[in-house]
Design a protein around this ligand. Structure first.
Ligand SMILES: [Ca+2]
Ligand SMILES: [Ca+2]
Length: 420
């Protein structure tokens, strides 16, 4: 009971005291720099100092230094703060200020966002103002900068190639490469794409001999995620941002653009896993025909190559003997029998001229969400007596990429070849 009474008394006395002090408190007080010398060179000796200040009311605060020539360098440029509550504000200062250029200095292809001060003697300034008043309160002091590591993490030769790419696993322009010649060891070197909606997509650095974050050539290889089966960012133009930050806290930034066209993960199937075979028994010298439908169930066109549907192979031929060699990223329907001497020797395009579209370079595509009826045949000119009958089946092959399990050995036929 007594304790509670004492608390109430203290509160009343406190209120009376506050009423009696009617002169406005200064907005800014107790301003200090913890040191008047800084040596920003990441040797852990006098690299960082602490700036402290008290705010009695909400204010806009700037912290900057002025060199002997009168030029200002901002550490904090008009930042809104609430009043300090129990403790003063404390901010670390590592001698790094907003980017600037020395007379005659140019940065080809990149910008300097944060930069360490040059050696010299500066006046530091902490100033605060309220939105309701034009008055600015200011406290100043002297700061010497010595032994600054003024080398910059320059981003030379920043390049993006190609400027337009199509991450869709068709073997053409599926990847983009971003290169840079970094001129200083850094703590962080990152690259990301930013879309119109502000979403960021981070890139991984290619695993090369060079260690990450070391000075020298760096290469970032970008597949837009489709190698892992993830949908790429939507088609469109993206800003590519590369950012390096060194141990002092200096930042450099290089930017460019990269466009995605026809991006997407191909998802293609033999419709319903169904293959219609013309017969289970054929005389030697006759042809086994198949019919199936290829369904492009994705938002990306899928690339294909010949021969066209309807083509009939002799059983001792294969796609190569017809001059229709494998091409990385191409989808083809294929048939394989247990006695086939090579893997899936008979292959057909996933559509005919009416189903496919052809780009300027002559590559053929089954459009996004397209379907095509595929037929073909194999004329059996020989027979392996030890394997008669045998299973034959159809597959949908993504050449040099994969045959997904769902498209592998679909709907077998148990085929007997009648020998006279
Ligand atoms: Ca130092
Ligand atoms: Ca492509």
């Amino acid at each position: 009971m007594r304790i509670r009474l004492m608390l109430v008394l203290a509160a009343v006395l406190g209120a009376l005291f506050a009423l009696s002090s009617c002169a406005p408190e200064p907005l800014l007080s107790d301003v200090s720099f913890s040191d008047d010398l800084i040596t920003p060179n990441a040797d852990r000796d006098r690299d960082v100092l602490v700036i402290a200040y008290d705010l009695s009311r909400p204010a806009v605060v700037s912290i900057y230094v002025v060199n002997e020539g009168g030029e200002r360098y901002y550490s904090r440029d008009h930042i809104h703060h609430g009043p300090s509550v129990d403790e003063p504000y404390e901010v670390y200062f590592a001698g790094v200020v907003d980017g600037y250029a020395l007379p005659g200095e140019e940065f080809p292809g990149f910008s300097v966002e944060k930069r360490v001060l040059q050696d010299g003697v500066y006046e530091w300034v902490v100033e605060a103002s309220e939105a309701t008043s034009p008055a600015v309160e200011q406290v100043t002091g002297t700061l010497t900068v010595r032994d600054a590591d003024v080398s910059l993490p320059e981003l030379r030769g920043f390049s993006i190639h190609p400027p337009v790419f199509s991450p869709n696993r068709d073997g053409l322009n599926d990847r983009a490469t971003i290169n840079v010649d970094l001129k200083k060891d850094v703590d962080e070197l990152i690259v990301y794409l930013t879309g119109e909606d502000g979403v960021r997509y981070h890139l991984q650095e290619k695993e090369t001999v060079r260690q990450p974050n070391k000075a020298g050539w760096h290469e970032f290889d970008y597949d837009a995620g489709v190698d892992r089966g993830a949908d790429p960012p939507p088609d469109g133009v993206y800003i590519v941002t590369m950012r390096a930050q060194d141990a002092l806290g200096q930042w450099t930034v290089a930017t460019g653009t990269l466009a995605i066209e026809n991006g997407g993960v191909p998802r293609v199937y033999i419709l319903n896993g169904e293959v219609e075979w013309s017969a289970g028994t054929i005389p030697l010298g006759e042809t086994l025909y198949f019919t199936l439908t290829v369904d492009n169930d994705s938002a990306t066109p899928i690339r294909t190559s010949g021969p066209p549907p309807g083509t009939v192979y002799d059983s001792d031929q294969n796609y190569a003997t017809l001059g229709e060699y494998e091409q990385s990223g191409v989808f083809r329907v294929a048939v394989h029998c247990e006695t086939s001497p090579t893997d899936h020797p008979w292959r057909w395009a996933v559509g005919g001229p009416d189903d496919l579209v052809v780009d300027e370079e002559g590559h053929s595509y089954l459009p996004a969400r397209g379907r095509a009826l595929i037929t073909g045949g194999i004329r059996f000119v020989d027979v392996v007596g030890a394997r008669n009958p045998q299973y034959c089946y159809a597959s949908l092959i993504h050449e040099d990429v994969e045959i997904s399990m769902v498209n592998y050995r679909v709907d077998p036929v148990f085929l007997r070849i009648q020998v006279p």
